[in-house]
Design a protein around this ligand. Structure first.
Ligand SMILES: Nc1ncnc2c1ncn2[C@@H]1O[C@H](COP(=O)(O)OP(=O)(O)OP(=O)(O)O)[C@@H](O)[C@H]1O
Length: 239
């Protein structure tokens, strides 16, 4: 891997965080999980987030994606002031702006593939949720599976549905937390290829947590965390 220390600062970043902190646990036993994150991610950047288990990767992603409120600092995501919002505000701000793909798929078992993809768009008020869901399922290679329920689909197929669900609303940002963690190596490689293809088609910014060095090499930029802070930030010249 050819890498250089990152020096870019996008004119209009997709994410801008300053001294971001997250403290959880109880009042008598607080745990400082994020300990001062400063980060700018430019629009359209593809960024890998690495680091040992427990270093705070998922916690950082939860805060940046609006699933968790920061305890301190400033955070602007896709033009919205996330640090100043309560949980309802964050839920509203996430809608349509942010797509999330997790290791464990998190599809709703009582809904078909098409319903899993269309429902979030319907909740956001999209009139064309159904045709968009079907088109995105087609694009991830599941056009023949739109009426199937998650239990009728393989792990790789379920993750394709989750990718379609994340991308169909045309979000500005996609967050993926170890999206291949529950898949075998070959299926995982197919899923990464698909995620990158769909990301390229949409132009969205992508932040992906991974333990896979080969996957990190495919990203333009690699952030490494340790003990609640970012300890390195490099650009992959070859990516
Ligand atoms: N609700 C919580 N209360 C207290 N500590 C927590 C809470 N949630 C997470 N932690 C702690 O925060 C630290 C960071 O966890 P996080 O899941 O963000 O790490 P990670 O780098 O994503 O790890 P992994 O690679 O294992 O998924 C861990 O030490 C974890 O135990």
């Amino acid at each position: 891997m050819v890498s250089v220390t990152n020096t870019s600062s996008g004119a209009s970043p997709a994410i801008s965080a300053r001294n971001l902190t997250l403290t959880l646990g109880s009042a008598s036993a607080p745990v400082d999980i994020l300990r001062g994150i400063d980060l700018d991610i430019a629009k359209g950047e593809v960024v890998a987030l690495l680091g040992p288990s427990g270093s705070g990767k998922s916690s950082l992603m939860a805060v940046l994606s609006g699933l968790e409120r920061a305890s301190g600092g400033t955070l602007n995501v896709a033009g919205a002031d996330f640090a100043g919002m309560d949980e309802d505000g964050l839920a509203q701000a996430r809608r349509g702006r942010i797509g999330i793909v997790l290791q464990a798929f998190h599809l709703l078992p009582t809904m078909t593939a098409a319903e899993n993809v269309a429902t979030p768009m319907e909740l956001a008020g999209a009139q064309d949720a159904q045709p968009r869901a079907e088109a995105e399922l087609e694009a991830v290679g599941l056009g023949h599976r739109i009426g199937h329920y998650p239990t009728q689909l393989s792990g790789g197929e379920q993750q394709r549905v989750a990718i379609a669900r994340a991308i169909a609303p045309r979000p500005e940002l996609i967050f993926a937390d170890e999206p291949t963690g529950n898949l075998d190596v070959t299926t995982g490689e197919e899923i990464v290829k698909l995620l990158f293809e769909r990301r390229t088609a949409s132009g969205a910014t992508l932040l992906i947590i991974t333990h896979d060095a080969a996957l990190a090499e495919k990203c333009e930029r690699v952030l490494t965390m340790a003990d609640g802070v970012i300890v390195s930030d490099t650009k992959n010249v070859a990516a």
